[in-house]
Ligand binder design. Structure first.
Ligand code: FES
Ligand code: FE2
Length: 391
């Protein structure tokens, strides 16, 4: 996020006036969702995929952000580019989902053809556009940056590069070699009946872990030593794997295998799961054996899309396949628990009596997220929707 992100510190709130989260109406309101797209999401870096999702010239993947669609594509020279996925003639969506267009991009409507570098190559019945300046009708470029093998785009404004926002924390990723990873599964998208902020709030704090995720609590020592960059909105939490075997078989097997199979990592990294977040809507989970990302996007008020991908270093040892299977199985359970907790919050936010409760110091990243929303959309400071937002 912008370096100008203003953040309240807990010390500024006084001994018994705790900071509070956003008022419930902001979690299900079309005007807020529209403003969040305009002022929070479009001007921020959005993770589209990993470089290995588009390995060859012509490979592409699309990314939807509210009404906008972006295509990330590898050109003939092997350079990754990003464009708005809209034909310059009469607006047809050019590409869908993912695939490969090795030579050029052809619009399915009237057949305008674009080179992989985005320039307009040709228009059928050329003489029907006398004097058309093709140079003025190429695809509209979008800023793209690659950080640790992860491909980010920014639709609006000029924020500092992802690498500069991650700063020193980027060095954490080095031993894991994200750049050399390959997809473990196809990327996934799912829809949750909760506002994107509910899902993000949940990801931004580990206060709920001991109660909400009994499996994680059995496997890991709760570590509340979260690192947080107040300026950039990047944060880290680390969970240390317990020596004591879990009572649950899957978890116990994982604990018993992980350190032995991940000797490419320095010793401390073999013993921990690391959870990173970048405001406004990204999570990156780093395990000794694999990594994944988790991105939350509004899908209308009170609904969101969760996008993600899982990546790992090439390793065909049978035991490594087992270890990764165990890791994914454990995390599928965690994901189900989070989905259920978020569903409960979204229901509770509709209550006629609820007003935001106090936030713990362990919820400082939630506060930072809410302060970002309040800064960009001051109406969210109001206890009820203002008249100008009448539906
Ligand atoms: S809308 Fe694309 S060629 Fe007409
Ligand atoms: Fe959780």
């Amino acid at each position: 996020m912008s370096a100008a992100l203003s953040v309240r510190r807990f010390e500024e709130t006084g001994p018994d006036s705790y900071p509070r989260g956003l008022p419930p109406w902001t979690y299900d309101h079309p005007a807020i969702t529209r403003l969040e797209l305009e002022r929070v999401l479009r001007p921020s870096w959005q993770l589209v995929c990993h470089i290995s999702n588009v390995p060859n010239a012509g490979d592409y993947l699309t990314f939807e952000l509210g009404p906008d669609s972006i295509v990330v594509l590898r050109d003939r020279e092997g350079v990754l580019r990003a464009y708005h996925n809209v034909c310059r003639h009469r607006a047809a969506r050019l590409l869908e989902q993912s695939g490969s267009c090795p030579g050029s991009i052809t619009c399915p409507y009237h057949g305008w053809t674009y080179n992989l570098d985005g320039s307009l190559r040709g228009t059928p019945v050329r003489e029907s556009f006398p004097g058309l300046d093709r140079a003025q009708h190429g695809l509209i470029q979008v800023r793209l940056e690659i950080m640790a093998g992860l491909v980010f785009v920014c639709l609006q404004g000029d924020p500092p590069s992802p690498a500069s926002l991650w700063g020193d924390m980027l060095a954490d990723f080095e031993p894991y070699q994200f750049e050399n990873m390959q997809p473990l599964f196809p990327m996934y998208t799912e829809t949750w009946d909760v506002d994107w902020k509910v899902a993000m709030d949940n990801y931004l704090e580990s206060y709920h872990v001991p109660i909400g995720h009994p499996g994680l609590a059995r496997m890991m020592v709760p570590d509340y030593q979260d690192a947080l960059n107040l300026e950039s909105g990047v944060a880290r939490g680390v969970g240390w794997l317990r020596d004591q075997p879990s009572s649950q078989w899957t978890e116990r097997q994982y604990q018993s295998m992980v350190q032995r199979l991940t000797t490419h990592l320095p010793e401390p990294n073999r013993k921990c799961w690391r959870f990173y977040s970048m405001l406004p809507n990204l999570g990156i989970d780093v395990y000794p054996d694999q990594m994944d990302f988790f991105q939350v996007l509004p899908y209308g008020p009170g609904k969101c899309t969760i996008r993600g991908g899982t990546y790992a270093l090439p390793d065909d040892r049978r035991e490594m396949r087992v270890l990764r299977y165990l890791c994914n199985r454990i995390n599928m359970g965690v994901n189900r628990e989070d989905a259920d907790l978020c569903r409960r919050v979204q229901l509770g936010l509709k209550s006629s009596v609820y007003t935001p409760g106090p936030l713990s110091k362990l919820e400082v990243c939630v506060l930072q997220f809410h302060d970002l929303i309040r800064e960009r959309i001051p109406q969210t400071l109001l206890p009820a929707a203002p008249a100008e937002f009448a539906r």
